[in-house]
Design a protein around this ligand. Structure first.
Ligand SMILES: Nc1ncnc2c1ncn2[C@@H]1O[C@H](COP(=O)(O)OP(=O)(O)OP(=O)(O)O)[C@@H](O)[C@H]1O
Length: 436
């Protein structure tokens, strides 16, 4: 849960997504509303439901990206699923509940990852306390402890032998990466299971170790105490219920149109099946029951043919916030190539840098890339910013292959470079259809 304000959320999203301000504002408000809800009294809190969002816009303009970045920012469990998946042959109504099960699985992985990060710092601190206690004795005064803590940090005590009570079993455990040590540098990976088993419960044994050796063992024990499966699962279920975000793509493709017949029954069926999830129901998963009431749903579609008003009325009511995302222009492409934190120009420069090839882009080079992407989008098919990926890959094709032989060289990506590498290609619709 983040306490960022809507303005701060938008400015975080601005780092990765160009334009689409309405959509950014809508998701920022949705996230802030979760924080607001958290501040309420228990009984009122249960009454406040998320206002789900319907994103309307062509493909490749940032709908998924905004939602995914939002989830990351909020450390929220996130799942993207295509509504059309449920129109497939062999589909049975209850399958939509799989959405929640998948969300739980991804939440467990995410929660474990986050807890592992948190645990590293805490476990390190706890291990330090235990080492100090072993050296200074249980009843040592604060001043004495602090003195030892300083010595410990400077590495002075690394070779001191201490006696510790350690867990006495040897269940195999997972590999765990440890932070750096005082005086000992980076310890890298170690297999805790080889050393000791679960730190909780069980018997303990006394062991004599040097301080530097003991760190590995103690951090392992402390981390394990904090990271048992049950704690992770419980936290993950809670995260799904309170913070989960489901991105429901292609919702327009499950609309029954008044002028069409045939497949419409199953499409409308999918909407009917989705409805309880969005309205709030309880889904049983192998990790426990999950209430979907407060999960945020972001539905999305191009709505080229069907209109939002073609959705089931109940579903329309559950997607009260409508935002339109616009098609991206050549100018947007220039900005996407240069202004975002993860811009493709940065990525290619870094990748080539690993081969000691220094790539740089000139303004006219960027303009040429953006123009080709926009032209191909217009002449072949508009796939939005995704076109930049295919264009860039093509421009760099030759260099990507030969880079290891060209270490030490400087490559300037200017208009001429772009023209040489794909000028002819982009002018032929027939060819660019296949390669760009
Ligand atoms: N406005 C934008 N700014 C920066 N990058 C963008 C923008 N729009 C799209 N992209 C990039 O293009 C790719 C595709 O975008 P995204 O997955 O958000 O498409 P989408 O709108 O969800 O389309 P679809 O509904 O077809 O999945 C992503 O890698 C994303 O980073």
């Amino acid at each position: 849960m983040t306490d960022l304000t809507p303005r701060e959320i938008v400015s975080e999203l601005d780092r990765f997504i160009i334009g689409q301000n309405d959509a950014k504002r809508a998701v920022a408000v949705a996230l802030r509303n979760r924080w607001r809800r958290k501040q309420l009294s228990d009984d009122l809190r249960e009454e406040v439901y998320p206002k789900n969002i319907l994103m309307i816009g062509p493909t490749g303009v940032g709908k998924t990206e905004i939602s995914r970045r939002l989830a990351k920012l909020a450390r929220a469990p996130f799942l993207k699923v295509e509504a059309t998946k449920f129109t497939e042959v062999g589909y049975v109504g209850r399958d939509v509940e799989q959405i929640v099960r998948d969300l739980v699985d991804s939440a467990i992985a995410m929660t474990r990852e986050h807890m592992r990060e948190d645990v590293k710092a805490n476990a390190y601190k706890a291990a330090e306390d235990r080492v100090i206690e072993a050296i200074a004795g249980e009843d040592a005064r604060e001043g004495t402890r602090e003195m030892f803590r300083k010595k410990l940090k400077s590495g002075e005590l690394d070779d001191t032998i201490i006696e510790l009570d350690l867990a006495d079993n040897s269940n195999p455990m997972s590999m765990f990466e440890m932070p750096g040590q005082p005086g000992g540098g980076q310890m890298g990976m170690m297999n805790l299971g080889d050393l000791f088993g679960k730190a909780m419960g069980g018997r303990t044994v006394k062991r004599k170790l040097t301080v530097s050796e003991s760190y590995e063992v103690l951090i392992g024990e402390e981390a394990d105490k904090l990271l048992d499966d049950e704690t992770v699962t419980r936290a993950a279920l809670d995260a799904v219920e309170q913070n989960g975000i489901v991105f429901l793509d292609e919702i327009d493709k499950v609309c029954a149109r008044s002028d069409a017949r045939g497949g419409d029954v199953s499409r409308e069926g999918v909407q009917r099946d989705l409805l309880p999830l969005i309205e709030g129901t309880t889904v049983s998963t192998k990790h426990g029951a999950v209430k979907t009431d407060h999960i945020l749903f972001i539905a999305s579609g191009a709505f080229h043919i069907a209109k939002p008003s073609d959705l089931l009325p109940e579903l329309q009511g559950r997607l009260p916030i409508r935002v339109e995302l616009r098609a991206l222009t050549e100018e947007d492409f220039v900005r996407i190539l240069t202004e975002t934190d993860n811009a493709l120009t940065l990525q290619y420069t870094a990748l080539m840098g690993t081969e000691e090839v220094a790539v740089s882009f000139t303004k006219d080079g960027i303009a040429a890339l953006a123009k080709i992407a926009a032209d191909v989008n217009q002449s072949v098919e508009n796939i939005g910013a995704r076109r930049l990926y295919t264009v860039m890959e093509r421009v760099f094709e030759e260099l990507s292959f030969t880079a290891p032989d060209r270490s030490g060289e400087a490559i300037i990506v200017n208009a001429e470079f772009v023209e040489t590498n794909l000028g002819a290609l982009s002018k032929s619709t027939d060819i660019s259809r296949y390669v760009l």
